[in-house]
Design a protein around this ligand. Structure first.
Ligand SMILES: [Zn+2]
Ligand SMILES: [Zn+2]
Length: 382
């Protein structure tokens, strides 16, 4: 079974297989003992992720109404401790306070509301106690100094954009009860290299990892679900991994059913993609601008959607638009979806012409005087 671990050599958060004795850390490439990595994760305290042990706390700086922290007025303090007895950190309570470097959140806090710490540009460390169940949208959006955050399993929901634009974020785990990775959760986290998607996640929403330009490895725990059909990612949203330009491959689980518009657009390191036979629909431009992509393999009956303009020779909505090296395609419905693979058909053009077929798609012509392609309706022009 996969469980959460932490590399005790470099501090990175990992998923580890507890049936194994040892493994290699994807961050530092050092070997580690699995048991010790699990222990290290469990023992990670707020101090270890940089939260100060003796932070400043003057209760009169906190505006509290019936256990809701409304506002903080300690504008010059660096390391702060939220007082005990708080259950909710209110909307934008600390928003944009560039004085803050670390925050200690006491146990008992259950909810952090919208934008509570957003834009705290110098916030480096914060602990999330295991009383917290909900993080609303944008709670840490734009915390550009935050390098590491450990989420407890008590978290049941995280709102859109919660960690978007955290450009230093390197080590983060996704809570294991979550079923949905919300819109823009990690968008623009340009230092994030590795992420583990826990097996309960069903939906990766739009833009979840968009512009994560350093992301090298995405590991789906549901790959190890032993065939349990209730487990696994089914939907990858629009722009979900757009411009993840360091992602050299992605091993999609055999539970994915739809791949959204531009989901992998600009993943310019992809060389080869296997689309599992569970995938039923791929939306326009899903793999556009994958400029190094050479080979695609579809196992099942995947419908490729073309967008709004199906009757023109509209290459701009092709699934594999601007994939100039993609000449190796395995797919049952290749001719029906000829428009999705412009580079493939361009490479085949001399052969099509030689065989008297349509230069665009390889279809046969019909008609005696004005010959028209039976597949794409283009006129014969050679
Ligand atoms: Zn390591
Ligand atoms: Zn044709």
């Amino acid at each position: 079974m996969y469980v959460q671990g932490r590399c005790y050599k470099c501090g990175g958060f990992l998923a580890v297989d507890d049936a194994q004795d040892a493994s290699v850390c994807p961050f530092c490439n050092e070997a580690f003992v699995v048991k010790m990595a699990i222990e290290s994760f469990n023992k990670t305290t707020s101090q270890e992720t940089g939260v100060k042990s003796f932070p400043y706390n003057n209760d009169s700086d906190f505006v509290v109404e019936r256990s809701v922290l409304i506002r903080y007025n300690g504008y010059t303090k660096k390391d702060i401790r939220i007082p005990d007895g708080i259950s909710v950190i209110g909307e934008t309570a600390f928003q944009g306070m560039n004085n803050i470097e670390s925050v200690y959140i006491p146990g008992g806090v259950e909810l952090i509301k919208e934008g509570a710490f957003s834009g705290c540009k110098n916030l480096q460390a914060v602990n999330i106690p295991d009383s917290i169940e909900t993080l609303d949208r944008d709670v840490f959006n734009g915390c550009i100094s935050l390098r590491s955050i450990k989420f407890p399993d008590s978290i049941k929901s995280i709102g859109a954009g919660a960690l978007a634009g955290c450009t230093s974020l390197e080590f983060v785990n996704i809570p294991r009860k979550l079923e949905l990775l919300p819109w823009r959760i990690f968008e623009g986290c340009t230092n994030l290299k590795y992420i583990v998607i826990p097996k309960r996640i069903k939906t990766i929403e739009d833009c979840a990892f968009a512009e994560c330009t350093a992301l090298e490895d995405v590991k789906f725990e549901c790959m190890h679900s032993d065939g349990d059909p209730s487990i696994g990612v089914t939907r990858i949203g629009m722009n979900a991994f757009r411009n993840c330009e360091n992602l050299s491959s992605i091993n999609l689980p055999a539970t994915v059913e739809r791949i959204g518009n531009q989901a992998f657009r600009g993943c310019s390191k992809f060389k080869r993609i296997i689309i599992p036979d569970s995938v039923k629909a791929i939306y326009p431009l899903a793999f556009a601008d994958c400029t190094e992509l050479e080979q695609v393999y579809f196992a099942g009956d995947t419908d490729l959607y073309r967008g709004s303009n199906p009757y023109k020779y509209e290459k701009n909505s092709a699934t594999f638009y601007n994939c100039p090296k993609l000449v190796n395609v395995t797919y049952n419905d290749l001719q029906k979806h000829y428009w999705a693979f412009p580079a493939y058909n361009k490479a085949k053009e001399p052969e099509y012409i030689e065989n008297g077929r349509c230069r665009h798609c390889g279809g046969e012509f019909k008609g005696i005087f004005d010959k028209i392609c039976s597949v794409c309706k283009a006129p014969k022009d050679y």
